[in-house]
Structures are given as C-alpha cells and as structure tokens.
Design a protein around this ligand. Sequence first.
Ligand SMILES: Cc1cc2nc3c(=O)[nH]c(=O)nc-3n(C[C@H](O)[C@H](O)[C@H](O)COP(=O)(O)OP(=O)(O)OC[C@H]3O[C@@H](n4cnc5c(N)ncnc54)[C@H](O)[C@@H]3O)c2cc1C
Length: 485
Amino acid sequence: MDIHHDDAAVKGLDGLAAEVRRDLARLNHPPAAWTLPAEGPDGRPVLDVLVVGAGMCGQTAAFALLREGVANIRVIDRAPRGAEGPWGTFARMETLRSPKHLTGPDLGVPSLTFRAWFEAQHGAAGWRDLYKVPRLDWLRYLLFVRDAAGIPVESDTALARLWPAGGLIGAALDGPAGPETVHARKVVLACGRDGSGGRRMPGFAAAGTGRLFHASDPIDFARFRGGRLAVLGASASAVDNAAAALEAGVPDVTLFVRRPHFPQVNKSKWASFPGFLRGYAALDDRQRWAFTTFMMEEGTPPPHESVLRCTRHPGFRIRFGEGWTGVRAAPDGLVVETARGRYPVEAAVAAAGFEVDLVRRPELAAFRDAVLTWGERVPAAQAEAHPEAARFPYLGDGMQMLERVPGAAPDLARLHVFNWGVTMSHGALAGDIPGLGIGATRLAQALVRDLFVADADRHFARMQAHEDDELGPTGFFVPREARRR
Ligand SMILES: Cc1cc2nc3c(=O)[nH]c(=O)nc-3n(C[C@H](O)[C@H](O)[C@H](O)COP(=O)(O)OP(=O)(O)OC[C@H]3O[C@@H](n4cnc5c(N)ncnc54)[C@H](O)[C@@H]3O)c2cc1C
C-alpha cells in the first residue's frame, strides 16, 4: 500500500519521519539489547518473542518490546503489507468511530501520533477542520508508524501451528521462502478479532449459494443492483454494509434487527478512562465479570454517521424485533425467514460479528484442552447465562494463558494473548484504540520481566564477570586480580 498522496504530503511525511528519528534518538531508542542468546532443539538460535499478527495490536506490541531492548523478535502477518486487519480489507465505514485525538500506536512519542501524521500533510488548519479519521488514513498512518519506528514486519507469513517444546514454544511458519520451524521463548497472539476465535455465522440453509455473506467477506454489492438485499444485525458493521450496498446502487436494503431498537449507549466508550483501563485487571473475578458482561449485554449503538449514510437513501428500511430464523435458497435469490414473514432477496449479509473462542483456533490445537477459561472461574449458572463471556480465556497478569490443571501444560504461560480475547481479564487493552498503549506497555513489561527472571542465573554470572573501568582515568584504579574485599 502506498502511504503517500501527493508531493506536499510526501515532503511533509519525509520531514515527519526525520522528526521521529530525532525523537526516538532523544529517548535513547532503541536501547541496548540485553536478552541472552539460547539454542533451540534444532541447534538454531531461539527467538525471545514471536509476535503473530502485525495489525494495530501486533505492531504496537512489537514496538513496545523494541522500546525495552528486546530486539530478538520476529513479527509476522499472513496478510500482504497494507492488508493487515479490517481497515483496507472488509471495513466499510467512512471514518473511524473513535475521536480523532486518540493516541495509542505512538506509545507516547508525539511525532508518532495520528495528529502529527495528519498535520504533516494538511497543516494545523487541516487538523482543526478534520471531523473524524478517514478509514484508509488510519491504515496509512499505522504503516507510517511501522516504518518510522523500524518495526520489522514479515508480511505474507502465516503461523500454522504452535506446540510445547520443552521450555520453549515450537512454531510452524509458512512464508514466501516456504515452510519453516522456529522456536521461541514467548509467543504473542495478536491475531485480531477473528484470530480470537472465528467469525460468527448462523448455520442457514442458504450457505454455499454465493449469496449469503458474512459482513467481513469481500462483497461486490454492484452485482445486486437489480434487487433487494437483507442485512442482519444492529452493529456498526451491519449498518456500514447496508450503506455500502445502497451507495453501490442496490435500490432496496432492509436491516433486520433482533432487538426492539438499536442499543443506545456505548458503555465501552465510558470505560476508556485511565482508571478503568489501568485498574480493571486488579478487580476480583466477580467485579470483572459484572462489568464486562453488562457491557456485552448492553451492546453498542452504530455510529450516527453510519445510520445517516443509510437513511438518506429512500430504499433503506429497518425491521426491529425481527431476527432471522432461516435463510433458504430460491430459484433466483434467497428467502429470508423471520417469525413475522418471508422476504425474497437477491442476497443477504449476516453482520454477526466474531466469537472469542481461542481454543477453536487451529494454531492452538496442541494446547486446546489445557487453557483455563472464564467459564471455569464463575458459578455454572453465570457461565450458562453468558456463554460468550464464559469462553474468554482467563489470563494472568501479563496476559499469559493459564492452565486448567496446574502442572498439566507448563509451557502454556509462554503464550500471551494480545487480541480481543484479553477483554474479560484486562479490559479492552488489545482491541479498541483507547486501551492500546496501556495494553502494549503492560504486555511488554510482563514479557521483559519473564525473560529476565527465566535467565536470572545467567544474568547473575554475567554480573559477576562484568567489568567497568570507571576509575581508569584516575590514580585509584585497581585491576581485578589485585582487588581485595
Ligand atoms: C470494521 C471495524 C471497524 C472498527 N473501528 C474501530 C474504531 O473506530 N475505533 C476503535 O477503537 N476500534 C475499532 N475497531 C476495533 C479494533 O480497533 C480493530 O479490530 C483492530 O483491527 C484490532 O487490531 P488487531 O491488531 O487486534 O487486529 P487486526 O487488525 O485484525 O490484525 C490481526 C492480524 O493478525 C493476522 N493474523 C491472524 N492470524 C494469523 C496467523 N495465523 N498467522 C499470521 N498472521 C495472522 C491477520 O492477518 C491480521 O492482519 C474496528 C473493528 C472493525 C472490525
């Protein structure tokens, strides 16, 4: 993806990249690497951290590690450069929901903020006049941060499988040079919303007809210009899919919403103040369960901008209180069934979101039965009442996975989650932008701690061997062999 627009923007961004280099140098970035080398079972050097996924969360986690002098890392993403995450792929909103001043991927470096990136191209007046962050600008900005901060991302490289490898984690990767096995002390799972489990897709009869889509599918809406489209859901994605269809010329789009009206209040927006973001993980299980299940139940209203994108089209309708009970194939389209009627349509989009169910991930098959989930930490009736929340992994203080049975899978805690799956345990520190900086910092600090503690004996030996000729230039320097206690 080309991150530049025009000559003035190119110049502005080149100048900003130089400013970033100056800022990072002033912060003594990168600090000296301090981790100790080790060999894997194959005789090859072991990675300190393998970061899987280089979307917003993975790249920020990697940046946080580099800021701490952990440079023996690899950061992989199965997507080509610029196609990481939703922004340039399946997201269909015009702007981000978040306010423009949000920070996070910058990790506190002013020249790496979105504002700095935008002002470098459009000036202070451009920033003042900007309403919200255009979707593709967010992607371009993330790529700028990656390049300017020197975050080494390997694109087109997928993680296929992880396994315990006697005090390490083995990982099967597949990249441009072919399959490869690596060993790492730690793995960060920054695989995104779908990487936290999978897409939620109701099992309707019309599956496989090429007319029933998930909202995150690539969809050529212009194909359905002649007819009707049905969209299921009340989320931002549901409404943005409806808007994209209307704007592509689909004349008749109906949104089917199970609830009697849209969710009205975005509780997670309320929960984006420092006290909540930093303090949530210190709450007991009962409190965390209460906060997050309440937020989940409340739902999130679609942004008003997205709704207005739809309502300006005369062919847009909403049917509240009418979820789908079935979708069947018909000779020239589909029939959407609800408790109240049957609706012939050309195509249908289920904006059913993503499910957190880490143990569903094929990459984690070797650990499937070992992972402790929230369902095992709360009373059975609670888990039954909130099955989605119950599937979230119950994570430790560094977002590491924990064993269901102590001692059964000692390498499990080498896997750290840094995607939506952290939300029950830590709050939204690895999903939405407001918590990202706090989350990446917490994760990196935990990794740094664990890497140091695991090698404490080797570090002790190094400390004993360490020499520093501080007094060399004076008359009081004593060589090692002549020193007395
Ligand atoms: C449509 C949409 C709009 C959103 N708008 C906002 C918003 O306005 N404000 C806000 O705060 N949040 C928003 N979010 C939420 C959140 O910010 C995004 O989901 C964001 O992309 C999360 O970043 P991530 O790094 O966790 O995941 P992603 O950006 O999805 O990145 C995960 C990466 O992992 C890679 N990956 C997965 N599995 C593997 C594997 N096995 N091997 C290698 N790579 C792998 C994927 O290719 C992907 O690039 C939005 C989300 C969506 C879906």
